[in-house]
Structures are given as structure tokens and as C-alpha cells.
Design a protein around this ligand. Structure first.
Ligand SMILES: [Zn+2]
Length: 260
């Protein structure tokens, strides 16, 4: 799956409470893992999750998603431990680390600081790289050609209808000719639809990178505490390896390695 087009809807997740209390209050709450948020893959249906880390932490060994398990749920020692779902289901003997909420937050802060320390360079280059990667000029030229071809086919179809009305033409021959023109029109239309689809998908990818760059620009030079909004807007996912090492993937595809 192309994880580049994963987009998280912070508006939906930032309920009135977030507006009232502010983002920093959020990160102070020990039970913020019950906050609802939503995300969408490839602009598909919006998926609501009850936990900010759900669907964002993966086992690097088997590729399975990390799932939270609450330990000592009835006591004050209650804590959430994340582990490979394959391990929970006893299907796979993955040696990847189990992580607590606090450990995940600390890993995220470490990774965010790596990005923060190079944000000036990142902001400077990210948009120009993205414009090159998601360049629309070939697709726009293709759309112009397809439109021209459609106009030409439409005009030929009109000519054929007019000719058929004005003179006695063999009807089988006329139908064959007309159908060939329609086929030409439909082929051009399909080309246009494909080109326009490509342009739209490039534009939405560019918009995603632009949002990411703006979020990076807003980052402090040093991230000293976990901020859920920063996590959801900047970090795409985390891949947990064995040996206490985690790869953190950012929204622009950049990956950084951090350790516990
Ligand atoms: Zn695993």
C-alpha cells in the first residue's frame, strides 16, 4: 500500500475540548489514548480509531500491526503495552520489542528532534523535490492531446450524420464508419480521464507534502515533550525492529532510526 497518501484528519480529532484546553493540555493527560481521531488512506473512507497510536506502529519482522494491551487494568499500575499482533495471536514468534505508551512517546520525540534539527534544509528542498516528483506537465500535455482528439472525433461523427442525412449511403457501411468514430472518441475520452486522474492525484500528493512542510516549519527547534498533534501530522508510522531499534517514517517518506 502506498503509505504516502495516508492522511490524518486532525480537525475531526480536535474536538471542542482540544480547542478549549489547547494542545499542550492534551499531552499532559495520562489517558489521552482514548481520544478519538480519524484517518483516511488514499482519500478512501475515514477510519476512526480510539487511540492515537493505533494503526501507526508496525512490527518490522512480520509486518503486522502493533496492538495495545492493557495491563493491571483495575489498579493504579494500569499501563498500556503495545506488541506485535502476530505475537499476541501466537502465530509468530517475533522478537520485536514490546513498547509502553511512554516509550512510544519518547521514541517519537527523539525522531521529531532529528527532523527539527534539519528543518530549515528540509523545508527548503521538500517542495522543490515534490514538484519534480509530482510534475504534471506530461499529463497536462496528454490531456490537451486527448481533448483535441475528442473534438476531432466529435466533428467527424457530426459530418457522418450530416452526410448520411443528405445522401443515400449504404447503411451497414455508415454504421461501421460511425462506430469506428465513436470508438475513437471513447478511447480519447479514456485517455483524458486517466490524465486528469493522474493530475488530481499529483495535486493531492503535493497538497499533502505542502501541509507537511508547513507543519515542519511550525515545529520548535527543540521538541522537549510529546505532542499528539505533532505526532499525527508529521509521523506516518513506526516500524519496530528487534534490539530496541525503531524506524520512524515521516509523512514525506523520510525515515529516521531511533533507539529506546
Ligand atoms: Zn511481528
Amino acid at each position: 500500500m502506498d503509505m504516502r497518501s495516508l492522511s490524518i484528519d486532525i480537525e475531526t480529532f480536535s474536538s471542542a475540548d482540544l480547542v478549549k484546553s489547547g494542545v499542550y493540555r492534551y499531552s499532559e493527560l495520562s489517558d489521552f489514548d482514548v481520544i478519538l481521531f480519524s484517518y483516511s488512506i488514499n482519500h478512501g473512507p475515514v477510519i476512526y480509531k480510539g487511540n492515537i497510536f493505533s494503526g501507526h506502529i508496525f512490527c518490522a519482522e512480520c509486518g503486522s500491526v502493533y496492538t495495545p494491551r492493557v495491563w493491571n487494568s483495575n489498579t493504579k499500575y494500569r499501563k498500556t503495552v503495545w506488541q506485535c499482533i502476530g505475537e499476541i495471536q501466537k502465530k509468530k514468534g517475533c522478537a520485536t520489542e514490546r513498547l509502553t505508551d511512554e516509550e512510544i512517546k519518547s521514541l517519537a520525540v527523539k525522531a521529531l528532534n532529528i527532523v527539527a534539527s534539519s528543518k530549515t534544509a528540509l523545508v527548503k528542498t521538500a517542495m522543490s523535490i515534490a514538484r519534480e516528483v509530482y510534475d504534471n506537465s506530461a499529463l497536462e500535455a496528454e490531456a490537451v492531446l486527448a481533448r483535441r482528439e475528442m473534438e476531432e472525433a466529435a466533428s467527424l461523427a457530426n459530418d457522418a450524420v450530416r452526410e448520411n442525412a443528405a445522401s443515400a449511403i449504404d447503411q451497414d457501411e455508415y454504421e461501421r464508419r460511425y462506430n469506428a468514430i465513436i470508438q475513437r472518441y471513447m478511447a480519447a475520452k479514456n485517455r483524458l480521464v486517466a490524465a486528469e486522474g493522474g493530475i488530481a492525484s499529483n495535486n493531492s500528493a503535493l497538497a499533502g507534502i505542502r501541509r507537511y512542510v508547513e507543519d515542519v516549519e511550525r515545529m520548535p527547534d527543540v521538541v522537549d515533550s510529546f505532542d499528539p498533534e505533532m505526532f499525527t501530522s508529521l509521523i506516518e508510522c513506526m516500524k519496530v525492529r528487534s534490539g530496541e531499534s525503531v524506524t520512524v517514517r515521516f509523512m514525506d517518506g523520510r525515515e529516521v532510526e531511533v533507539g529506546l
